[in-house]
Design a protein around this ligand. Structure first.
Ligand code: NAD
Length: 461
């Protein structure tokens, strides 16, 4: 199908996902236990991406012209072709964003797509496949396969031309090795231990409100959510008071409405990690300022949003990702100390800096080793800037989603160089490279040497 038709499918996906949102909000809440507002983030995200790529795909996929080897005689053009079949192996925490969100750019680039959703959230993906079909995607261009990671997920990795994998760092290493065996590329969005710095000049209430959203959205089961809070000495008292007050006021619940702020954890395994991390930290001397309670009265896997202080480096959650509603506050004495602490991690996915001086914030942000840094926001500013790439460094993986880079992950490059002048017009002899070679190697190598010198003198690229 021509690009125009592919883009039109995305255009309709935008409208349909907004129109039918109440169905998929219910489904996502039932499958994951998340709060409805967190589920809505996925609906908004997919609509945002669908619009973006339907408008921008043509520009992102346009061939590029480059100066040829011999400026007038050679022209080079770089094309982007779809790789073929893209495999999306997705986790359970954002069942719409991390499936459709990866499938849409791959489809508009001209690929076919196989999605293996997490077994816990298969219904959401099946719903999404139906929506794509209603939006005009031809039959079979997107297929959904259901099953566990080690067999069905691994089988997808074994058959596709590019892998989009989202999940833990541990599994990411397995997927990367498996893709490497077949010499196919992989984009890996893995874990994080994301940090926020609250500088000494902030409005503490605004920063505390932002931090609450950044730490506890989606019950903290968000790859880009904040688990480490570094707060300047001068505001740490006031900030901590405001943050703890706002955290304790969060409403927990699992109703299919907007009355709760924080939902349940998604599985017994997630709850077990959260309980283990908090107990281990407390065992090492940490203090609990809010939460720290398993709320089985609300549902089997509810856990109160939890704020810890005095967490020593020996505690597991000092470095390891919890992937739950748990955050530790650490005081720092300066911007430099904050940057050093933020960068003291094997991960590098997302970070946040709060300051009244946005120029200082942006300058600090550039010193943080993370794929995205949000100034005066936790994660949504960067994630929602869908023209800009999103991805991690270090143990957080490689490759990107969003923007031109996200689309380009599912394309392969081809350079077509056209040599002119080898055939003269209307039967006359050409004047191209053949003439040069006919001068004999002693002459043509001298000519070429001079030509290279001239190109350098003219600063030709
Ligand atoms: P996990 O690695 O155990 O599982 C993630 C997914 O990978 C699951 O759907 C699983 O079925 C699949 N999988 C397992 N083994 C596989 C294999 N051999 N081949 C292919 N697929 C396989 O992680 P989890 O504990 O279920 O998920 C939480 C982790 O995912 C956290 O560490 C979190 O940071 C990460 N995550 C990252 C992002 C991101 O965008 N960076 C988003 C969501 C989750």
């Amino acid at each position: 199908r021509p690009l125009r038709e592919r883009a039109a499918v995305l255009d309709r996906v935008h409208d349909l996902v907004l129109e039918r949102q109440s169905d998929v909000l219910d489904l996502m809440q039932i499958e994951t236990g998340k709060a409805r507002a967190s589920a809505f983030e996925e609906v908004a995200d997919v609509a945002n991406l669908a619009r973006h790529y339907s408008v921008r795909a043509r520009r992102y996929l346009a061939p590029r012209r480059e100066a040829g080897a011999f400026s007038v005689l050679t022209s080079a053009r770089v094309w982007r072709h779809p790789v073929g079949v893209v495999g999306v192996v997705a986790p359970w925490n954002y069942p719409l964003s991390l499936t459709l969100g990866d499938a849409l750019p791959a489809l508009v680039a001209g690929n076919a797509v196989i999605v293996r959703p997490d077994p816990q959230t298969s219904l959401t993906m099946l719903w999404a496949a139906e929506l794509l079909s209603d939006a005009g995607l031809p039959d079979g261009v997107l297929q959904v396969v259901l099953g566990d990671g080690p067999t069905v997920g691994a089988a997808v990795v074994d058959h596709v031309d590019h892998v989009m994998y989202t999940g833990s760092t541990r599994t990411g290493r397995v997927v990367a090795a498996q893709a490497a065996q077949r010499l196919v590329t992989a984009s890996l969005e893995l874990g994080g231990k994301n940090a926020m710095y609250v500088a000494d000049d902030v409005d503490v209430e605004a920063a505390a409100e932002g931090a609450v959203r950044a730490c506890f959205s989606n019950t903290g089961q968000l790859c880009v959510s904040i688990e480490r809070l570094y707060v300047h000495d001068r505001v740490v008292g006031a900030f901590t008071d405001a943050f703890v007050r706002r955290t304790a006021a969060l409403r927990l619940g699992s109703g299919l409405d907007y009355r709760s702020d924080v939902g349940s954890l998604t599985s017994a395994a997630q709850l077990a990690t959260v309980v283990e991390h908090v107990e281990d930290a407390v065992g090492h001397g940490a203090r609990v300022l809010a939460g720290g309670v398993h709320r089985s009265d609300l549902g089997p896997w509810f856990y109160e949003p939890t704020v810890l202080v005095d967490v020593p480096p020996e505690a597991r959650l000092f470095r390891e990702e919890t992937f739950g509603p748990v955050v530790a506050i650490y005081p720092v004495a300066s911007d430099d100390e904050a940057v050093a602490a933020m960068n003291d991690s094997e991960f590098g996915l997302n970070a946040s800096v709060w300051t009244a001086d946005t120029r200082r914030g942006a300058a600090l942000a550039r010193r943080v080793r993370a794929g995205t840094v949000n100034v005066n926001e936790g994660y949504a500013a960067a994630w929602g800037s869908v023209g800009a790439p999103q991805g991690g460094v270090g143990a957080s993986g490689y490759g990107h989603r969003h923007g031109r880079e996200g689309l380009w992950e599912t394309t392969r490059l081809q350079t077509v160089a056209v040599q002119r002048g080898t055939h003269g017009p209307a039967g006359l002899p050409g004047f191209g490279l053949r003439r040069l070679y006919e001068l004999g190697p002693e002459t043509w190598t001298r000519v070429l040497t001079e030509l290279l010198r001239v190109m350098k003198r003219l600063r030709m690229p």
